[in-house]
Design a protein around this ligand. Structure first.
Ligand SMILES: [Zn+2]
Ligand SMILES: [Zn+2]
Length: 256
């Protein structure tokens, strides 16, 4: 059984916990850092194998993430691996709460996941009875990765695809990365849902919240259908080599 919550903590309540935890299945936790602790309200992922657990991103650092993760792992006897979708401050801010963390540069990420040819190669992380594929997708920050979990058919895309403003400082790299990611999926890696690291849109096509908004009434769901990746790939292909703002129902490409 897999599920998503009917609604994430959208910041509209006056108070509440620092994190909202939702178990997508019995070995996959989706953690949302509350918008009340920081307007970024990032989503973090905790994936459990039989030997290791991967914490993907540590949030902005404004919360006690370590205590939460320790609680979630209590009694499981798993080695914790802490890595990141990319190295922006709202995804690595809690790193100092953990003893061992994968480095932030593309070189360190490539070395850890065994990616011989960045960004063309594909890396792996074996959690025990759960092998993750790691696909380099620079363009948003530079050390960006997507994580594909064949077991759940989830594709974790960080800040490179989510329902909101997709900031693109490196247009050429981003276009190439999205193309490679679409090709990876088409090459026999089926996706049930694409899960990114933020929500910045209400559930109305092509609209976004004001920048820095820390209340998100009527949020778009976190999960995106796999067709959304195809749509992004096609939109970028059609847009050509010149950076352009692209507004679609479920994302807004935002060159910087
Ligand atoms: Zn980012
Ligand atoms: Zn971010």
């Amino acid at each position: 059984m897999t599920s998503f919550p009917g609604q994430w903590d959208d910041g509209t309540a006056a108070d509440g916990p620092e994190h909202q935890v939702h178990w997508y299945d019995e070995r996959t936790a989706i953690i949302r850092q509350s918008l009340r602790t920081n307007f970024e309200g990032p989503f973090l992922y905790l994936l459990l194998g039989s030997e290791r657990a991967l914490l993907l991103d540590t949030g902005t650092g404004h919360t006690d993430l370590r205590t939460l993760v320790d609680e979630l792992l209590t009694g499981r006897d798993l080695e914790l691996v802490v890595a990141h979708t990319h190295a922006h401050g709202d995804h690595v801010g809690g790193d100092d709460q953990f003893e061992r963390v994968v480095g932030h540069s593309a070189e360190e990420v490539a070395a850890f996941f065994g990616i011989g040819d960045w960004p063309g190669g594909i890396g792996r992380l074996d959690l025990g009875e759960r092998v993750l594929d790691v696909i380099p997708i620079p363009g948003h920050q530079g050390a960006d990765i997507a994580v594909y979990d064949a077991r759940t058919r989830l594709l974790l895309t960080g800040d490179s695809l989510y329902p909101g403003r997709l900031y693109v400082p490196d247009w050429g790299s981003y276009r190439a990365s999205v193309r490679r990611l679409a090709e990876f999926v088409a090459a026999g890696n089926p996706v049930d849902w694409v899960l990114g690291a933020h929500i910045e849109m209400p559930d109305r096509p092509g609209e976004d919240y004001p920048m820095g908004a820390d209340v998100h009434p009527g949020e778009h769901p976190l999960q995106l259908a796999p067709q959304t990746l195809t749509e992004l790939h096609e939109a970028l292909t059609a847009a050509g080599p010149q950076p352009r703002r692209l507004v679609r129902d479920h994302f807004i490409v935002f060159p910087r």
